[in-house]
Design a binder for this molecule. Structure first.
Ligand code: AMP
Ligand code: ZN
Length: 294
């Protein structure tokens, strides 16, 4: 973290896991974004960038608060009259909690880039035989404050998303993974791909995490970072089975079963992994890594 700040790549905001990013850092992110979108497997995908906020109703339908209440961020806004506003200002001035004078909005902070995609597909009617493919990006929020620069509260995920028949979803994930591995190797990263699980909440969550791990529903591309004991997950490849299809009312033609899958690329993590691997000055990076991120 200190090195990234000293090199002028990111800047502190006073909050752990929340940083401003310099032009040099963003140039790397931009190159990664373009390179990922240029993978052959993204060729037919519809491109969307979503805001850092999403519909609270969709967030509720997807069961985020059941599985990950500790990571969620919701939005509170003030909707009172002038009398209530005076009371809020008095609370503020005297250091009393003023948030209880606000109420929850119909938006929440987006926790994973692909959440807005499923209702979009549902709104179009039955999923076509060939399925639906997306290449998306969103700022994501997860409440995991840390001084580890790889663990941010606000970060960008680029994702490939597929909705279609179960065997198509499985095949698509395999194709994403093969091409993402090649890209990581070409970028000069050292990595392995391993079964993983999401950070489900509580004792009940352990069962869900165990099942996810056992059935290899989540695979992560773990990058070795010089000077660190533990590798860092920079990409994930996920099979959701019918979770989002059921939550969002997705259906296939003639009632065919619909599954979904996504591949998530952490743009800040990938940029930081490259900086850790090849040095703070991209001009001095190996030629192939420089060429790939442009
Ligand atoms: P996930 O949705 O948890 O599979 O995350 C997909 C990718 O997003 C991960 O492989 C990371 O590269 C990135 N990511 C997830 N959580 C964070 C975080 N707290 N800070 C930075 N990047 C993250
Ligand atoms: Zn996703």
């Amino acid at each position: 973290l200190d090195d990234l700040i000293a090199e002028g790549l990111i800047t502190a905001t006073g909050v752990a896991g929340l940083y401003g990013r310099s032009g040099r850092f963003e140039a790397i992110v931009d190159g990664l974004r373009r390179r990922i979108s240029a993978l052959p497997v993204a060729a037919q995908a519809e491109v969307f960038h979503f805001p850092p906020l999403m519909s609270r109703a969709v967030f509720e339908d997807n069961g985020y608060m059941s599985s990950f209440p500790h990571l969620a961020g919701v939005v509170a806004t003030f909707a009172g009259d002038e009398r209530e506003h005076r009371a809020l200002c008095e609370d503020l001035a005297s250091g009393v909690d003023w948030l209880c004078r606000c109420c929850s909005a119909d938006v929440v902070l987006t926790p994973a880039a692909c959440y807005p995609v499923y209702p979009l597909v549902a709104s179009r009617g039955p999923v076509p035989l060939e399925g639906a493919s997306f290449d998306i990006e969103s700022f994501c929020f997860r409440r995991e404050p840390s001084t580890d620069p790889f663990r941010l509260q606000s970060f960008r995920q680029k994702e490939f998303v597929f909705v279609g028949a179960p065997e198509q979803a499985t095949a698509r994930r395999a194709a994403w993974m093969a091409q993402a591995r090649d890209l990581a190797a070409d970028l000069g990263l050292r990595f392995s791909v391993e079964p993983a699980s999401d950070a489900f909440f509580g004792k009940g969550g352990r069962i869900a995490a165990g099942r996810q791990h056992e059935e290899e529903l989540k695979l992560e591309l773990l990058v070795s970072i010089p000077g660190r004991d533990q590798p860092v997950a920079c990409m994930s490849f996920n099979l959701h089975q019918d979770k989002f299809a059921l939550a969002c009312g997705l259906s296939g033609l003639k009632g065919a079963t619909v599954h979904s899958a996504c591949a998530g690329f952490g743009l800040e993590r990938l940029a930081m992994a490259l900086l850790a691997m090849h040095g703070a000055d991209p001009k001095a990076w190996p030629a192939e890594a420089r060429r790939l991120v442009g």
